[in-house]
Ligand binder design. Structure first.
Ligand code: AMP
Length: 293
């Protein structure tokens, strides 16, 4: 597996792979790998010839009061896991490599970035859209892989790719969970045992919502009340947001007349976790990856 820190090097690697006629799959990450990341890499390997993974904790997508400094990092372990997942090249640039002095450009996606995490983390999606654009320009992949765990992010990237005519396909992979239902996240290691146990209220609340919809409850306010009650009843949980919004536009809805996104961000101590599920009335299935945005 090739390991590059500079834009120059990874571009050379991309050029060589292209000259051999290989298709390029790209998995952008912030590292500290778990099974969710590895599933993206395996899917990339399944659909593309040459897989590049980036590891970059992007300062531009963290607010001043957020956890950029304490975000978990372990490059050695990540390289080992990426190698075992048959990744062909890792790009792990320094902050200076990505943001040289005088850097002054940003990409903003409007309309679907004001709600949910865009509301509670101002500037977050501007940072995400900007770094992902840079990475796409550096790696020029045929396909890039994102997790449904960050559903809003996946929608923002899909919209950006469509609007800016970026010549690649976005593949969205379903959320990978621990056996007990907690969505895998690099931040889960910050949960103490009591918080880890408490975090199960997220999955429980989403299951309850799913059961309500299956039982014919389509009124958003009633579903939201039930979801919020389950989370609020957990003393260690503090709701940042719990919302139900339309798909794929993320607009408020009063009743379910089609698939909607139930999305939540909840704090357990110092750790903010996000999770989501799609609620579909009438047992219709909704494949996130097929969404035309
Ligand atoms: P991160 O390193 O947290 O920025 O995540 C990198 C990529 O992995 C993003 O596309 C995430 O949506 C995806 N990802 C993170 N956690 C999971 C998970 N539990 N299941 C599936 N994909 C995930």
């Amino acid at each position: 597996m090739l390991i590059h820190q500079t834009v120059e090097e990874i571009r050379q690697t991309v050029k060589k792979a292209r000259s051999q006629g290989l298709t390029i799959g790209f998995v952008p990450t912030m590292g500290y790998f778990h099974e969710g990341h590895l599933v993206l890499m395996r899917e990339a390997k399944r659909l593309c010839d040459f897989v590049i993974v980036s590891i970059f904790v992007n300062p531009m997508q963290f607010g001043p009061q957020e956890d950029f400094a304490r975000y978990p990092r372990d490059l050695e372990r990540d390289l080992d896991l990426a190698g075992k997942a048959q990744v062909d090249a890792v790009f792990s640039p320094t902050t200076e490599e990505m943001y040289p002095a005088g850097f002054s450009t940003a990409v903003e996606v409007e309309g679907i970035t004001e709600s949910l995490c865009g509301h509670s983390r101002p500037g977050h999606f501007k940072g995400v859209a900007t770094v992902v654009t840079m990475l796409f320009n550096i790696v020029s992949p045929d396909k890039a892989f994102f997790g449904q765990k960050d559903a809003q992010q996946a929608l923002v990237i899909k919209r950006m790719v469509r609007d800016l005519q970026m010549p690649l396909e976005i593949v969205v992979v379903p959320t990978v969970r621990e056996d007990d239902g907690l969505a895998m996240s690099s931040r889960n290691i910050f949960l103490n045992p009591a918080e880890r146990k408490a975090s199960l209220c997220l999955k429980k609340s989403m299951e309850t919502a799913g059961q309500m919809v299956a039982g014919g409850e389509f009124e958003v306010s009633k579903i939201l009340s039930a979801v919020r009650e389950i989370i609020t009843n957990e003393p260690l949980a503090l709701i940042d947001y719990v919302e139900i919004l339309s798909l794929p536009d993320l607009k408020p809805v009063a009743n379910l007349s089609g698939p909607v996104l139930l999305a939540m961000a909840v704090r357990f101590g110092k750790t903010r976790l996000i999770d989501n599920t799609v609620l579909c009335p009438g047992g219709v299935s909704y494949v996130f990856n097929d969404v035309k945005i």
